[in-house]
Design a protein around this ligand. Structure first.
Ligand code: NAI
Length: 446
């Protein structure tokens, strides 16, 4: 699970060799640690609209060092490019090229974030073209940034403004070290719902959360991150993983529920456990998942069915039970773990990709249902993450897979957990039916 190469090329001789041979030069990413500032260095808010003014005023109130105009040669922590009034592709030139002049002044691990409107909410073709243009612009810029810097975008649908709670929540997430391995991605804010936390270090205080597949890997990292953020936890895994599950549950002061999620009564068992101990459940994280890889030509019913049963059919059944329950919170939140295989496809993974693409379809269709209860549902699609699963990939294949993204390294389980914790928080309340990739901007596939 270690990435010796990244450590070797981070300094001294290794750095020199990599530079001379033109080899990848991944850098250690800035990750969130409690107590650390949201972003190091000034934040340039570029754009001349009233939405840009409002946003800059809000960031000032957060005590960030905000600039409305660049100071030559000053190192910047972030550039926020506000493009919320585009009417024609010609409108891009001035704000974009003004921001471009500051790109060389970005500090290592800096952030570039666009704030613009969704193209499909435009009524005029020229406005839609300009808005969609931001997509190509941002994704290309993210591929040009170096030294751990990332580029991501916030898209505002009709009901959202530059200072809506979830716009600010998404901006905080993208600015912070919590989004270290999120690159070249957009989050759409569809409404003014949501609420920023009173205590930024404990955004999940008072929430009861269930995490499935929590005995190890990404699930255990999710449990630790939600606990750090203040949640009370119920951890689920199969009975065979009972010992590891108990260890993680003890560590995060939660309770363990040994349960195969593909059982017909899994949803009811989860609700009963939560209701008995806490009187309710606020957050459900569908993380448990399995792979049974084979080329489709060699696929058998056992491999196909087990992957569909655990990765998607179980989630559908559990959601149905929870959404029918009076114990599933006032503003319930579901976050499901998909995969970039479900977006771009992956050789040998037709069953897995069908199940993970299924998760994406499920999330989009469930958004309206859970919205009726004031809640939200989203998915996170991890790319190459350093886990026991990926450590088993043969060396050469693994090395190629982990370098083929804009950050030239694999993500950590904690990176996936951070994205999930954000989407499970009330700060993301106005974001629903979305899929956020945590993949360092994979260069292959979608
Ligand atoms: P893992 O195999 O290390 O952990 C999965 C956990 O789920 C295990 O503790 C397992 O016992 C549990 N589980 C499996 N079937 C279950 C069932 N029927 N009922 C209850 N628990 C069950 O996997 P990892 O790497 O931590 O992956 C977690 C999630 O992230 C999965 O959904 C996986 O598909 C997804 N993912 C992982 C990526 C990676 O690079 N590791 C990339 C993309 C997605």
């Amino acid at each position: 699970m270690s990435d010796k190469y990244t450590r070797f090329v981070s300094h001294g001789l290794g750095k020199d060799i990599a530079k001379r041979l033109g080899l990848p030069q991944p850098v250690a990413l800035r990750r969130h640690e409690p107590g650390r500032p949201l972003i190091e260095g000034p934040v340039l808010v570029q754009g001349s609209t009233s939405g840009a003014d409002d946003l800059a005023a809000t960031l000032l109130a957060w005590n960030l060092d905000v600039r409305r105009h660049a100071i030559p040669k000053e190192k910047l922590g972030a550039i926020i490019l506000v493009l919320d009034e585009l009417a024609h592709p010609g409108d891009l030139e001035k704000p974009v090229l003004t921001a471009a002049a500051s790109l060389r002044d970005l500090a290592p691990n800096a952030r570039v974030i666009t704030v613009s409107r969704t193209a499909d909410s435009a009524t005029e073709p020229a406005a839609a073209a300009a808005r969609q243009g931001v997509d190509g612009l941002l994704r290309s810029l993210a591929k040009e940034l170096r030294a751990g810097a990332t580029g991501n975008g916030v898209l505002l649908a009709d009901g959202a403004r530059t200072t809506s709670p979830a716009t600010l929540g998404a901006l905080r997430f993208f600015l912070s070290g919590r989004s270290a391995f999120v690159d070249g991605q957009f989050l759409t804010v569809s409404s003014g719902a949501g609420q920023l936390p009173d205590d930024v270090e404990k955004p999940l205080a008072g929430k009861v959360a269930v995490v499935t597949g929590a005995a190890r890997g990404i699930g255990a990292a999710i449990a630790r991150t939600l606990y750090r953020d203040g949640a009370t936890l119920i951890l689920v895994d199969i009975p065979a993983a009972g010992d590891h599950l108990a260890e993680v549950a003890n560590e995060v002061h939660g309770t363990a529920l040994q349960l195969d999620i593909s059982r017909n009564d899994a949803g009811q068992r989860i609700i009963d456990h939560a209701a008995t101990r806490h009187g309710r459940l606020d957050i459900l994280i569908h993380n448990a998942g399995i792979t049974r890889d084979k080329l489709l030509a060699n696929m058998d019913a056992g491999r196909w069915n087990s992957v569909i049963a655990v990765n998607i059919a179980a989630q559908l059944r559990i959601n149905e039970a929870l959404l029918a329950s009076e114990h599933f919170g006032d503003a319930p939140r579901i976050v499901s773990v998909a995969s970039t295989s479900g977006i771009a496809g992956n050789r040998g993974q037709t069953n897995y990709a069908a199940s993970k693409a299924g998760v994406i379809g499920m999330v989009r269709a469930t958004a309206a249902l859970i919205g009726e209860r004031g809640g939200s549902i989203n998915a996170v699609a991890p790319g190459f993450i350093e886990t026991e699963m990926t450590a088993r990939i043969p060396f050469a294949t693994r090395e190629v897979a982990r370098r083929l993204n804009s950050l030239q390294q694999g993500g950590q389980p904690g990176d996936v957990a951070e994205a999930i914790a954000f989407l499970a928080s009330d700060a993301a309340g106005g974001i629903s039916g979305e899929v956020l990739r945590v993949c360092g901007q994979n260069l292959v596939g979608a």
